[in-house]
Ligand binder design. Sequence first.
Ligand code: AHM
Ligand code: MG
Length: 342
Amino acid sequence: MSDHSVSLSRWLIEQQRTHGQIPGPLRLLIEQVARACKRISHAVTRGASSGVLGSLETENVQGEVQKKLDVIANDVLLEANEWGGHLAAIASEELERIHPIPHRFPRGEYLLLYDPLDGSSNIDVNVTIGTIFSVLHLDEGVEQVQARHFLQPGRCQVAAGYCTYGPQTTLVLSLGQGVCAFTLDPEQGSFVLTQENLRIPAATQEFAVNMSNMRHWAPPVRRYIDECLAGSEGPRGKDFNMRWIGSMVADVHRVLQRGGVFMYPWDRREPDRAGKLRLMYEANPMAMLVEQAGGMAVAGATRILDIQPTELHQRASVMLGSRDEIERLRLYHLEAQAGAPA
Ligand code: AHM
Ligand code: MG
């Protein structure tokens, strides 16, 4: 770390003191989340050498087999965040119900939601995974926090971010005033500001989607991908490239770095399920980051951040990234709704 580098702690203090952009308790909450991410990064890095790879015999609320590291990451985040006095309750992909802060600790005014380790299928194969988090404000005057207090549209988030555990450990954060990235300096053990004001280019020729599901998608999504695949000979008149890492954090990180489209759309095998990804701790925080970086995030014709949640673990269709492409996808959905040929 050079003498001129800015640590996450210093950056947060400056946001609070100089720019008045965040209240003190929110600053301390973000510091606690970052501390937990460092610990998770350490566990992920040690991998097989410390016996943390592989699955458990348990399933989470979504009916998915839990990996050992899913549970470790969840416990680390829970323990790091429950005693600080900044939170009223926590919700996690790995916990069926919300976790109100125990009475032995002071209660704060924020709600924290997270996917402790996104990209579970990549844990055991040494491919980038990450933690995704979202922070909401608890309404005033609430005595006993319940799941319904979490059911706020994504536009109400006061902070959102993720931390990738890959070749580098990188924390990407928005407090509603743009997006910054901090890289973990393993020697110093601290996150250092490495990118300010991340911007997603409006134009792109790259998309990320699990193509094996194509035959199950709705017509507007198939239309969009068909046109991309037709390349320079098709209606788009240009060739596209495809990437699919299989960890949303890693795919979205690429989109934030160089543009692109990331999608996990609804598919007709489970018509009653809006999508695979979870709205409140996957889609919403990523949508906030992408919008804050000048991109767009939609579920078909609807802005993701405007979806009114009805359940903590509800799913969403997700299409996000470079503005020109996501706007095109949104228009294809609107045209299909209006009955135009899709
Ligand atoms: P997880 O939270 O259980 O890891 O599931 C979400 C992940 C995303 O990170 C990723 O985009 C998607 O599932 C990959 O799905 P698929 O295996 O269908 O490609
Ligand atoms: Mg996930």
